[in-house]
Design a protein around this ligand. Structure first.
Ligand code: ADP
Length: 689
């Protein structure tokens, strides 16, 4: 019972309850056994019978909660088997035949069989686990459980009329204790340490018992009392440690409730800061975290200016200075360059000569005059920021332990800032590279037609100057004028498309039936198609609608299918497929579609994919695919994909590209699905033409 209670003192999760039930079952079994000898009555025999039948059932559930069954696992049948067998067994132990050799034999086999099966099943599940740590731990658990079960069953043998020396009870208690410890410790290293401690415990228990025995021997009464002494000692030692931790943590919570709250908040805040990449986001997280602290009336977050002259406020609580200017705050900044924090209140109280400048500087800080100032250090250990926190209501608002706690937050902020700088630099580099590629592309696109226009205009000029206006010359002049017009039109088109890209308008988004739109577009395309291209449609059955301008959607699909047709170069297959990506099902690792909208949506996503059997896309081309004017084609504009992506992004979606080696390319348009309304059932695998 002591082991059961000590387990519940540690926690109240199902594992704890199940173990407590397991230990209680065994304890009650011993109690019923003893009572049956003290006050013989059939009721005790019935009680031991019922407890015996329940034991393996609890064991199965307990070992299951250690390492849960996978679905469709054969082991989960064990649970059902146990439950089914328990019914006739309960009937048996409550019947008059329970004490017959057959009844006792059946009961024993039922108990041993199920316990062994549950241990074997735990061992098998452990072996299948991919983690080595879990495998080792399970093996250890199985070993300890086997010993606990063996010693416990040794005493159960009395059921069959076999009486072992009472030392079995002691060992079963010890191994139950080891099991309870093994269950609550996740790491094997802890388990070995625990096994060591257990040996010390047992030795100590025997020492206590020895002393006890000595006294009894001197007084002169021998019996099994020394064994009971061992038991008392073990109970005492077992309960001692968890009880101590439990009481200590309650006292801590009671007397230091605020401190406890701060600890909890700080831990939460640190966990959140670990995932922050932008400075704004970090400031936001920090302010939210600080707002939840019970003990703060003013706080300021200051970051060093670009020109490193002073510190600018980026966030604050209460009325705090907007800036720590270099002149007045110099003494504080100097001190923070060496120390992790300054408690201005403490400094003002025990100020000596050296501290006078800091006290003077603090007086300029208004509500932060008695604050704790924390240094935020960047990657080179230089001071990149200062966090000031104050509680103006009380004196000595923060204990040294709390200040240490805040210092850990400040150092985490330093890491977050360093990360965000690296991230910003990387983003800027990518942006500049994209801009450079785009500018080069645009220049190229404009230069080509300009060259043609210039040539044609020069020739036209020659004709106008030197010619005699004959029929031939008029025809040539017309031809040049035609070239000029054509090239101007091309320029117009390029600039127009570029403007479309640069200032994308969302058009007129309406929920459209994607399957119908795909079929209509492909009909137009295949009517223009002269090559022998195999155009295949694979339309999903119930595709929700998606909100997008129908004309723009058609433009995107046309671009993708045209690119695919060009990629297969006259021979091969282009497949256009639609499907519904349900919420929470992240089909591919990158899940760009999910991030486009910030969160997974209830209705999921509509996917339209265009797959070709062409040469695929090289890693280099893949990198520049969506950059305007990037093209590998002689007469390409390089605007198709850039524009398509801009259209789809404006509709809240994204375009994903997959190009497995040697298997062509697949462009997938992923659009947020409109809730509920679904398009009617449609035929699949119908050629578009
Ligand atoms: P354009 O078709 O005018 O070149 P795009 O923006 O549509 O402009 O395409 C940019 C580049 O992407 C193409 O030049 C081509 O190299 C590559 N690309 C696009 N689709 C495919 C595809 N299905 N297979 C292989 N490469 C492709």
């Amino acid at each position: 019972m002591a082991i059961a209670i000590s387990m519940l003192l540690r926690g109240r999760r199902p594992l704890h309850w199940l173990f407590a039930a397991f230990a209680t079952d065994i304890a009650c079994w011993y109690a019923a056994q003893s009572l049956s000898q003290i006050a013989p009555s059939p009721i005790w025999i019935r009680a031991t019978g019922v407890l015996t039948i329940l034991l393996p059932l609890i064991a199965i559930l307990l070992f299951q909660s250690v390492l849960p069954f996978e679905r469709d696992d054969r082991s989960s049948r064990l649970r059902r088997l146990g439950a089914v067998l328990a019914v006739p067994m309960l009937v048996l132990v409550l019947s008059p035949y329970d004490q017959t050799p057959v009844g006792l034999g059946l009961t024993y086999f039922y108990v041993v069989g199920l316990l062994v099966a549950s241990l074997v099943s735990l061992e098998l599940r452990g072996r299948r686990n991919p983690s080595r740590a879990v495998r080792d731990r399970t093996r250890f658990l199985v070993l300890v459980s086997t010993l606990a079960v063996t010693f416990t069953l040794g005493d159960f043998l009395s059921f069959l009329g076999v009486f072992l020396p009472p030392i079995g009870a002691v060992l079963s208690i010890i191994f139950l204790f080891v099991l309870s410890e093994s269950l609550t410790r996740p790491r094997l290293a802890d388990l070995y340490e625990m096994a060591g401690r257990l040996m010390v415990f047992t030795a100590l228990a025997f020492c206590l018992a020895g002393v006890f025995y000595l006294f009894v021997a001197l007084i002169g009464r021998f019996s099994t009392i020394y064994l009971n002494a061992v038991l008392v000692a073990i109970v005492f030692l077992l309960l001692f440690e968890p009880l101590q931790t439990f009481v200590e943590s309650r006292i801590h919570q009671f007397y230091f409730r605020e401190r406890h709250a701060i600890e909890v908040h700080v831990e939460k805040l640190k966990a959140r800061l670990a995932h922050v990449l932008e400075v704004d986001e970090m400031v936001q997280a920090l302010l939210e975290g600080m707002n939840q602290l019970p003990r703060l009336t003013a706080a300021g977050i200051y970051l060093r200016d670009q020109d490193a002259s002073g510190f600018e406020r980026v966030g604050g609580i209460g009325i705090v200075p907007a800036r720590l200017d270099p002149l007045t705050s110099a003494p504080i900044v100097e001190r923070l360059a060496v120390d992790a924090s300054i408690n201005l209140e403490e400094v003002a109280r025990d100020a000596d000569k050296n501290d006078a400048p800091i006290v003077a500087a603090a007086q300029q800080l208004g509500s932060l005059e008695r604050s704790v100032m924390l240094a935020v250090r960047g990657s080179d250990d230089d001071l990149v920021g200062i966090i000031a926190i104050a509680d103006e209501r009380v004196r000595d608002a923060f204990s040294p332990e709390e200040v240490t706690l805040f210092e850990t937050v400040a150092s985490q902020i330093g890491v977050a800032i360093a990360n965000s700088r690296v991230y910003t630099r990387m983003k800027e580099r990518d942006r500049l590279a994209a801009l450079g590629a785009m500018a080069a592309g645009l220049a190229h696109e404009v230069k080509n037609p300009l060259g043609s226009i210039k040539g044609a205009a020069q020739l036209l000029e020659e004709i106008l100057e030197g010619g005699d206006g004959g029929k031939n010359e008029e025809a040539t002049a017309r031809e040049f004028a035609g070239i000029i017009l054509e090239e101007v039109n091309r320029l117009d088109r390029v600039v127009g498309t570029f403007l479309d890209y640069a200032r994308p308008n969302v058009g007129d988004p309406v929920p459209i039936d994607i399957n119908a739109a795909v079929r209509r577009t492909l009909r137009i395309l295949s009517s223009q198609q002269t090559d022998n291209v195999d155009l295949v449609l694979e339309l999903g059955e119930t595709i929700p609608r998606a909100s997008i301008d129908p004309e723009k959607f058609r433009q995107v699909l046309m671009n993708l299918v045209r690119n695919a047709i060009q990629a297969i170069d006259g021979a091969g297959r282009v497949t256009v497929a639609t499907s519904h990506r349900k919420r929470g099902v992240t089909v591919r690792g990158d899940s760009a579609a999910i991030s486009a909208d910030g969160a997974a949506r209830d209705a999921g996503w509509v996917e339209v994919s265009v797959r070709d059997t062409g040469p695929g896309i090289s890693a280099l081309v893949l990198k520049y695919l969506f950059i305007p004017f990037f093209t590998t084609k002689d007469r390409g504009t390089g605007l198709g994909l850039a524009l398509s992506q801009s259209i789809i992004q404006n509709a809240g979606g994204t375009i994903e590209v997959h190009t497995p080696p040697g298997a062509g390319a697949t462009f997938t348009v992923v659009l947020p699905a409109e809730p509920e309304i679904e398009s009617p059932r449609v035929e699949t695998n119908v050629p578009a033409a």
